[in-house]
Design a protein around this ligand. Structure first.
Ligand code: SF4
Length: 326
């Protein structure tokens, strides 16, 4: 017991000295028992760090899903995987619809707008739609792409279009629970970095079967790419998808993981949890996502009317714990 306390104190001292935590440190944090005294000390340390580095600044990001279609990524947790497509219908928003929805989101004062598609969405069409969206965006709102893999040439094109950053990740069990190649995911991360785009990263989708070593690995990947907008997301069990039976981790477990990620990754701008969880806002989280259109955790084509949180709802969640939003 005494030894464990000392290990935690030692890790917190390193955080105070702005020293990078090691993999062993990350595992000590992740192995803390939920609801133990150390659990609350970890949450408190993550919260202290965010208060010190972010002040009361809370961020609201909004994501628009452009299409729902059987996706060759075939992720075994996703409602749009090509072998398990279970969204109520295949849809594709027109350019006008996307611009209109973006306009509605922007009118509610968001900090970033994400445009998400399935992995094989036509890149030229995506760039054209994004160009129109960019025209109506205030300069202080980030435009972020969430699409399939691409090379450096496309990364540069996305930058020219006005994207400030890209959401891209190596998923937990990528290549095992997905039809995507982890090496190609990493090539895309490199292309994002080399094009000078901001990488937005997330440890996801966390399920009960993932080891703490795997989870820590993705935190270190984020640190390797100097990620300043970081997140952790738990897998939501969509009934009918192959991974549904594996179940979900609890909100408590997710809160511990996000607190550990806050200390290990040290993102300079914001820390997010997905889906929005009030309790994680006590653990250093200062950013939440609202969602519009389709999302991989929902079978409704308009998640804003179903599983997704509205912009007003996430703003309220942040304000309830003392964060200010635009
Ligand atoms: S999570 Fe993304 S890449 Fe995977 S199947 Fe769903 S839409 Fe495709």
């Amino acid at each position: 017991m005494q030894g464990e306390v000392s290990a935690l104190e030692n890790i917190f001292s390193k955080v105070d000295r702005n020293e990078d935590l090691t993999r062993e440190d990350a595992l000590v944090l992740l192995k803390i028992e939920n609801r133990s005294d150390d659990f609350y000390r970890l949450l408190s340390k993550a919260n202290e760090l965010s208060q010190k580095e972010y002040g009361n600044k809370g961020y609201v990001f909004a994501q628009i899903g452009l299409n729902s279609a059987p996706c060759p990524g075939n992720c075994k947790f996703c409602s749009m995987g090509c072998e398990n497509f279970m969204v109520e219908e295949e849809t594709e928003k027109s350019m006008e619809e996307v611009v209109e929805e973006a306009g509605r989101a922007l009118a509610q004062n968001i900090d970033a707008l994400f445009l998400m598609t399935t992995a094989d969405y036509d890149i030229e069409k995506y760039i054209e739609i994004s160009r129109q969206v960019k025209k109506i965006m205030p300069p202080d709102v980030m435009l972020i792409a969430n699409i399939g893999d691409f090379d450096l040439k496309t990364a540069k094109k996305l930058k020219e279009t006005g994207f400030t950053g890209i959401y891209h990740i190596v998923r937990l069990n990528e290549g095992i629970d997905t039809a995507l190649d982890p090496a190609q995911r990493i090539q895309t991360l490199d292309a994002i970095r080399d094009a000078g785009l901001e990488l937005i990263y997330c440890v996801e989708p966390i399920g009960p079967e993932h080891t703490y070593e795997q989870i820590a690995e993705e935190m270190f990947r984020a640190r390797e790419y100097h990620v300043d907008i970081m997140a952790c997301m738990k897998r939501v069990g969509v009934e009918g998808t192959p991974l549904f039976d594996r179940g979900e981790i609890t909100d408590l477990e997710l809160t511990k993981i996000v607190a550990a990620a806050r200390l290990v990754t040290r993102p300079k701008k914001s820390m997010n949890v997905h889906e929005p969880k009030q309790m994680a806002l006590l653990a250093g989280v200062n950013q939440l996502y609202a969602e519009i259109g389709i999302n991989p955790r929902d079978c409704a084509v308009e998640t804003g009317n179903n599983r997704g949180f509205s912009i007003a709802a996430v703003k309220d969640m942040l304000r309830q714990v003392g964060y200010t939003t635009k």
